[in-house]
Design a binder for this molecule. Structure first.
Ligand SMILES: *Cc1c(COP(=O)(O)O)cnc(C)c1O
Length: 352
């Protein structure tokens, strides 16, 4: 008997970090920003009657603001519903070869899901024993390349030359650099987009700009790349960005001072927290993100994870090859990290 079930696009979905209902939880599991978005959002007056109209399909207000901020042309900016939407559109638009796309074995765990759902062949290139990306692995024939810089969940950053070598070696592929965490101490490869027409840089408002709830992400690249992305977007859903997101997102870009001050706070909290983790016997990878990836020399990561959860502190743990000994811990406020440190002192020193 034939069944409609024979014709389904089956896929193993991405599993996002938990969003607990309990508001007393210290939430260090999804790399959200502990500080609110810029106060400029309070100055926005939304005319609710305007919501009867479709939003601007071109998202011009936000695109123009971002172009001005980054000193590029509006034709070089594509905006989407979070960088997840942007990257998903990129997979659909640029990864249509029979050759496999390349990304690291330990990386953002959505890449293999998009490859699966769009039936794109892929090869996961093994990070070295210190969790570094091996440049030469990305010099073989491929159908496209994507990785985050800094990488997630390791937090490890590579420099501009490293990425330029890969982009230069792959004129027949689009290379996507996912800069979700670049604002926390990395140097962007954005200046390279005028030199290489196969490089696309993706950013998000969810982490450094503290607006995960609005769902805003964007890509920057050669205007031809952006045109092809828009063609696909207009073939799927013309109105991906809703009116409030366009308005609120545009409103905060000018508030550079607040933006820088929250980044500085998160970076200094991170550096202090890393020192404390090391004192407690953790091995901590060098992070340039708003999270750290750490394993304890004697206490099992799952035990730490479960004990913290009981105490209402949520971090992230994957029962996956190579990384099951590690916890990914988002950098919260100093107060939140102090609470975590005191819990870790109990957990890790009691069982030593
Ligand atoms: C958080 C994250 C994203 C997705 O962010 P959005 O909220 O969809 O903008 C993309 N890539 C990496 C590496 C991330 O960590």
């Amino acid at each position: 008997m034939n069944s409609w079930k024979d014709n389904i696009r089956t896929v193993e979905p991405y599993v996002p970090g938990e969003q607990p209902k309990d508001t007393n939880v210290i939430k260090l599991n999804t790399n959200e920003n502990p500080y609110g978005p810029s106060g400029k959002v309070n100055e926005v007056k939304l005319d609710m009657n305007n919501l009867r109209k479709y939003p601007d399909a071109k998202v011009s207000a936000l695109v123009n603001k971002l172009a001005e901020y980054h000193n590029i042309k509006p034709e070089q900016v594509f905006v989407g519903v979070g960088s997840d939407d942007v990257i998903s559109m990129c997979f659909m638009t640029f990864f249509n070869s029979d050759k496999p796309i390349f990304f690291p074995d330990v990386t953002y765990s959505f890449y293999d899901v998009w490859a699966d759902v769009y039936r794109i062949p892929y090869e996961q290139k093994k990070l070295d024993e210190n969790f570094n990306i091996v440049k030469e692995d990305y010099m073989a024939e491929n159908g496209g390349i994507i990785f985050p810089n800094p990488n997630a969940p390791t937090g490890i950053l590579v420099d501009t030359d490293f990425i330029e070598d890969i982009v230069k070696a792959n004129p027949a592929s689009v290379v996507i650099i996912d800069e979700a965490y670049i604002d926390f101490g990395g140097k962007s490869v954005l200046p390279l987009i005028d030199k290489y027409d196969n490089l696309l840089v993706v950013r998000t408002f969810s982490k450094s700009r503290s607006m995960a709830g609005l769902r805003i992400g964007y890509a920057m690249g050669n205007s031809e790349l952006i045109k092809y992305l828009n063609d696909v977007k207009y073939s799927v859903n013309s109105y991906t960005m809703n009116t409030p997101s366009i308005i609120y997102g545009s409103a905060i870009i000018d508030d550079e001072e607040y933006f820088r001050s929250t980044l500085d706070k998160i970076i200094s909290t991170r550096e202090r927290f890393v020192g404390e983790l090391k004192r407690l016997g953790f091995n901590v990878l060098p992070s340039k993100a708003n999270f750290v990836f750490a394993s304890h020399k004697s206490v099992d990561a799952n035990v730490i994870f479960e004990t913290l959860k009981e105490k209402k502190v949520y971090v992230r743990h994957w029962n996956a090859p190579r990384i099951s000994d590690y916890l990914r811990i988002t950098i919260g406020t100093d107060e939140e990290m102090d609470k975590l440190i005191s819990l870790l002192e109990d957990i890790c020193c009691a069982t030593k």
